[in-house]
Design a protein around this ligand. Structure first.
Ligand SMILES: [Zn+2]
Ligand SMILES: [Zn+2]
Length: 279
């Protein structure tokens, strides 16, 4: 029962401190609680995504472009602006979903708990791992069904797939989804807290870090750390449309037979080219 009292006062504090920093306090405090929560999620969410994607883009294209993209193939400005526009259109829905998850947690409908001491650190880490595995499983299937059910792909997921090569994909593509797709692909994190006990603040931190992860897999810089699903694997997803559906890892793609390795794909392409030349 205690968390039902604790969580609303925690989110009230977030609203007061964060909205107070950007809105006149008389305006912010007179708004209904959940509208304040929505505004907080919207303003700080979009600022977080745009600032992180912007700073990372500046670093990899203008500061370290010669290292990461020696062939000079970086995304065109028009493509980045298109991704920003899609993000702006999707953001009320991202913020709406985050607000819905806070509403459900404050009402005690999720399995979120308020203080780590209630379970202790070892259990908190266990729950965190189970939450991530649960999110991974749900994300894999949501993403796969968005491809397998053709109308879902055509009307909702295709707008994310229009950015499909090094010259038109950037960290901003990490949030560039049709609003329905944005809700569907973010919902695993919300469904996961209905199933897995989670420390509330840890959940919010992971929600925040997920945005950075989305930036990471759309930057075209292929890290090779098994079983992490890096940008190389995600890029190959755009090429084949049938592989590498995972969110954080390769495990489910490996298990369900949809894994394809970008390095092996490159090797195959080179072999084919050599064979064609030989003929
Ligand atoms: Zn896809
Ligand atoms: Zn993507």
């Amino acid at each position: 029962m205690e968390e039902e009292v604790y969580l609303p006062s925690q989110t009230e504090l977030y609203n007061r401190v964060l909205l107070g920093a950007v809105l006149p306090s008389a305006l912010g405090e007179n708004l209904p609680h959940y509208f304040q929560t929505f505004l907080r999620n919207y303003i700080f969410g979009i600022a977080h995504c745009f600032l992180s994607a912007g700073l990372w883009s500046f670093y990899i294209y203008y500061f370290k472009g010669h290292v990461y993209f020696p062939n000079g193939k970086i995304p065109r400005k028009a493509a980045i602006l298109k991704q920003m526009w899609l993000t702006i259109k999707a953001f009320p829905f991202y913020a709406g979903l985050a607000t819905a998850s806070e509403y459900m947690s404050e009402r005690g409908w999720t399995r979120c708990f308020a203080r780590i001491e209630e379970v202790g650190w070892p259990m908190n880490i266990c729950y965190m791992v189970i939450y991530l595995l649960c999110t991974e499983f749900l994300s894999y299937w949501v993403h796969r069904l968005l491809h397998d059910i053709k109308p879902l792909f055509k009307y909702f997921h295709a707008s994310h797939h229009m950015f499909n090569k090094q010259t038109n994909i950037s960290p901003f593509a990490g949030f560039a989804f049709h609003p329905v797709d944005a809700v569907l692909e973010t919902s695993p994190q919300v469904v996961a807290i209905l199933l897995v006990p989670m420390h509330y603040t840890t959940y919010q931190v992971l929600f925040f870090l997920d945005a950075l992860w989305s930036i990471n897999i759309h930057d075209c810089i292929h890290g090779r750390v098994w079983p992490i699903l890096g940008a190389g694997y995600h890029m190959l997803h755009y090429t084949t449309n049938r592989h590498n559906y995972g969110r954080y890892t390769l495990l489910l793609d490996w298990f369900f037979g949809t894994l394809r390795d970008p390095d092996a794909e490159e090797e195959e392409k080179k072999k084919k080219k050599l064979q064609q030349k030989a003929f």
